[in-house]
Design a binder for this molecule. Structure first.
Ligand SMILES: NC(=O)c1ccc[n+]([C@@H]2O[C@H](COP(=O)([O-])OP(=O)(O)OC[C@H]3O[C@@H](n4cnc5c(N)ncnc54)[C@H](OP(=O)(O)O)[C@@H]3O)[C@@H](O)[C@H]2O)c1
Length: 252
């Protein structure tokens, strides 16, 4: 794929995400607590997560390493941040969930595989073949430093919040309870807030159309889901803390 075609494809892919946002704000993605039986065939939840997320990791590593670019320190940092996140998301996180009896519509898994194939390709191909490289001085660039700080803070919030959620069922308890601790004091979905912050940081840090597209898609996936989760908590728990926002502390 030529550089020109690559950039065109990236901008179109980002544009699709922006166009989809108002539509997805009106559709509740039917997995997890919103799972429904009328979305066609279902597959086990844990298997779905692994199969959905692995393509992103495989595509990223393949296209990153197969490209002609020589790997220097900035590129190595980008490689490690992406692969650490996705190794956790595709393998560690699904194995830690207490959802072995739950099902997910096959259609949702297929859509996620499609999204992850494109995202993994766009990012891996950018670093492996498209970028003219990042000089060592780029390590002192404000974009690298600020974006890197955002990524690390976002990842820490995402991990901690997911840990709090997973711990709610550690004792064998089934169903849902009101999560507390960490940023749950302020929002219903700090795990999504952390994930969005993470990929916003990656987009700033890498200053690349691929990471910008991924950030746009993350926002489009997680903003509607956070609003749905928040409404669901309010509808299902009479004692749900009224001061808690959905996604962004004090704002939304
Ligand atoms: N980058 C992206 O586009 C993207 C898209 C989707 C997800 N993600 C990330 O993937 C991770 C998982 O996403 P998700 O949508 O599954 O998150 P979620 O709905 O918050 O659920 C996370 C896990 O915690 C459990 N859980 C949630 N709330 C609970 C409660 N109140 N009581 C007991 N257990 C609870 C869920 O069980 P159930 O499954 O039984 O509800 C699930 O195992 C998140 O870190 C998210 O940021 C990223």
């Amino acid at each position: 794929m030529s550089s020109q075609h690559y950039y065109l494809f990236s901008w179109i892919w980002t544009g699709i995400a922006i166009v989809l946002l108002p539509i997805l704000l009106n559709i509740t993605a039917p997995y997890g607590r919103h799972s429904r039986l009328d979305w066609g065939p279902m597959i086990p939840n844990r298997v779905a997560w692994i199969v959905m997320e692995l393509p992103s990791l495989i595509m990223f590593i393949t296209f990153f390493l197969l490209g002609p670019n020589r790997i220097n320190i900035p590129l190595l940092v980008f490689f490690l941040l992406y692969t650490i996140h996705y190794t956790h998301r595709a393998i560690v996180f699904p194995l830690r969930t207490h959802t072995s009896t739950k099902l997910m519509p096959l259609l949702i898994a297929c859509l996620a595989i499609f999204f992850n194939l494109i995202n993994g390709f766009l990012n891996g191909f950018f670093f492996g073949s498209i970028t003219e490289g990042y000089s060592l001085e780029y390590l002192y660039d404000i974009r690298f430093i600020l974006g890197g700080i955002m990524f690390v803070i976002g990842m820490a919030i995402n991990f901690k919040s997911d840990n709090i959620l997973l711990a709610l069922r550690n004792s064998g308890k089934k169903g849902y309870s009101i999560p507390t601790g960490g940023l749950f004091k302020y929002v219903s979905c700090p795990n999504f807030f952390g994930e969005i912050l993470e990929w916003a940081g990656f987009a700033i840090m890498t200053w690349s159309p691929a990471a910008l597209a991924f950030f746009a898609w993350t926002l489009v996936n997680l903003l509607p889901r956070a609003l749905d989760h928040h409404k669901w908590y309010i509808a299902n728990f009479e004692d749900y803390p009224p001061e808690r926002k959905a996604l962004i502390p004090f704002i939304l």
